[in-house]
Design a protein around this ligand. Structure first.
Ligand SMILES: Nc1ncnc2c1ncn2[C@@H]1O[C@H](COP(=O)(O)OP(=O)(O)O)[C@@H](O)[C@H]1O
Ligand SMILES: [Mg+2]
Length: 265
């Protein structure tokens, strides 16, 4: 089959057309990231071409230094590429200014970090409300949505606690609730289970799997095969390039809701 050059124009399809399942959420074209540290120039990403469709559940794998975080930071609008295009819901975001990027980040992207990045001395509920404050959601609505999200992640009994009173797995669940605060289409997680024991890691992956089932597009970075095994597509990076990109035909099945909720008491 011959690919016509004109095909690339498809990226301009607006977000709210029908057929959401097969619609492109992310498209990267010849994406390059060079870190210029003065004396040294490091190639973080080397001409990445990648499409992720709405509703996918993707793992990004690869050795340390292969470019996973560089990719995630660009996907999450925390950093900008040096060269190339990044279309998010059809909008070219590669060249946006920092304040425009933060607006996109606030509305369209939930980001979960390995180290949770919660605000200490602030209650769990208030942590979840932070992105809604930036989005100017009214206080009563903020509270209602925060409590609903905390219920979804199984933490309704911990809403008044501060992060340091919670286990690692619980903190990460708060971070996930916070990431979902503005109902973003895209959830990104950079080694979200990197600081967790195996039981808590399973709970976090089951939570992502349920979010995926509810329609959220989820991209998770991990080194671990058993974590990637929950996802439906596994992309492996090496030296800033895509080494392989394959479907996972048999994702790890998710146990019942009870698995998450039993730890509350
Ligand atoms: N802020 C930075 N300044 C300079 N080099 C960086 C920076 N961040 C990452 N790099 C380099 O870019 C490459 C990819 O790094 P990274 O994306 O963090 O890899 P991974 O997340 O897969 O471990 C590595 O060679 C790393 O040293
Ligand atoms: Mg990394």
């Amino acid at each position: 089959m011959i690919r016509l050059p004109g095909k690339r124009k498809e990226t301009a399809v607006p977000a709210d057309t029908g057929g959401r399942e097969s619609e492109e959420l992310i498209r990267l074209e010849n994406l390059v990231k060079i870190y210029d540290t003065g004396a040294l120039r490091v190639l973080g990403l080397n001409k990445i071409n990648l499409t992720i469709r709405r509703g996918e559940f993707v793992a990004i794998m690869g050795h340390s230094g292969s470019g996973k975080s560089t990719l995630m930071n660009i996907l999450g609008c925390l950093d900008r590429p040096t060269l190339g295009q990044y279309y998010l819901e059809g909008q070219d975001v590669a060249g946006l200014k920092p304040d425009e990027l933060s607006a996109i980040r606030n509305r369209k992207i939930g980001f979960v970090f390995q180290s949770f990045n919660l605000i200490s001395r602030m209650s769990v509920e208030k942590n979840v409300e932070v992105p809604m404050t930036y989005a100017r959601v009214k206080p009563a609505e903020r509270k209602r949505r925060a409590l609903r999200l905390l219920e979804q992640v199984g933490l309704l009994s911990r809403v008044s606690h501060e992060p340091n009173e919670l286990s690692g797995g619980q903190r990460q669940r708060v971070a996930i609730a916070r990431a979902l605060a503005n109902d973003p289409p895209l959830l990104l997680a950079d080694e979200p289970t990197g600081n967790l024991d195996s039981q808590a890691s399973v709970e976090i992956m089951e939570l992502f799997a349920r979010l995926h089932e509810s329609g959220v597009t989820v991209v998770v970075v991990t080194h671990e095969d058993n974590i990637a095994a929950y996802t439906h597509r596994i992309i492996t990076f090496q030296d800033g390039r895509i080494l392989s990109d394959r479907q996972n035909e048999h994702p790890t099945p998710v146990s019942s809701q009870q698995g998450l909720l039993h730890r509350l008491t």
